[in-house]
Write a new protein. Structure first.
Length: 236
């Protein structure tokens, strides 16, 4: 299995995903929120690129979720904090979600044979599903405002570490993937601290969102791997 890691959504082109499995990572916070919502019993999460598109996709009974500039969008039911997506709120519901980078990254990858969403919360489960799909893999780190984000790189390294541990898989990585694997192995005992000291982490801390960082820093607490089916992310 060949694995390429892309540093940010700005570096991604749809041609890179043909006949491959795409793994989309946006630790702070889109993919963490999507995984939490699916684990809490949401029927599906529909990623929308823009606020206008999200409103257009909403059907009666759907929940609108998302953020711009890290803040909940005016008039939306939910923001982009995993803690908002509890079973009591989202079970049995369709959620239309739009975020600054994460949902855009999902749309960029739609030409892949399979699109999976990963975060620290489900890295091992995602690695197993990717191995079972028997395709080469492109890991897309959503990043922050078109720049690389260290938390996404850490998660890419964790997914690679889990892929390497699977006996049925021989993993060949590009140079950036090798660097992200080394980053994770070097910082595996200080994951939360590393995230807090990253640019996005510092921004969320200043905005009083430390709880979001804590919620997104837990490792392998979910077995669910949201997978794109048409325009919807559903439990795989």
């Amino acid at each position: 299995m060949q694995v390429q890691v892309i540093s940010s959504v700005n570096e991604a082109s749809s041609a890179k995903f043909h006949h491959k499995t795409a793994i989309i990572i946006d630790v702070l916070r889109a993919t963490s929120t999507i995984i939490t919502a699916i684990a809490a019993g949401a029927l599906c999460v529909i990623p929308a690129e823009t606020v206008m598109e999200a409103r257009a996709l909403q059907r009666p009974g759907d929940l609108l979720g998302g953020e711009r500039f890290c803040r909940k969008i005016a008039g939306f039911d939910l923001g982009n904090s995993p803690d908002e997506y509890t079973e009591q709120v989202v079970a049995g519901k369709r959620i239309v979600l739009t975020t600054t980078n994460g949902t855009r990254a999902i749309h960029k990858s739609m030409r892949a044979d399979h699109v999976l969403t990963a975060s620290l919360l489900n890295a091992e489960a995602c690695a197993r599903v990717a191995a079972e799909l028997r395709r080469d893999v492109v890991i897309l780190c959503a990043g922050s405002h078109d720049d690389f984000a260290i938390e996404d790189g850490l998660c890419a390294g964790l997914v690679l570490d889990k892929l390497h541990s699977l006996s049925q898989v021989t993993v060949e990585m590009d140079d950036f993937g090798t660097a992200m694997l080394a980053l994770y192995r070097n910082r595996s005992a200080q994951v939360k601290e590393t995230i807090m000291n990253g640019m996005t982490g510092k921004k969320l801390m200043k905005m009083g969102m430390k709880k979001d960082i804590e919620a997104c820093s837990a490792i392998d607490i979910y077995h669910e791997v949201p997978r794109l089916n048409g325009d919807q992310l559903t439990r795989s």
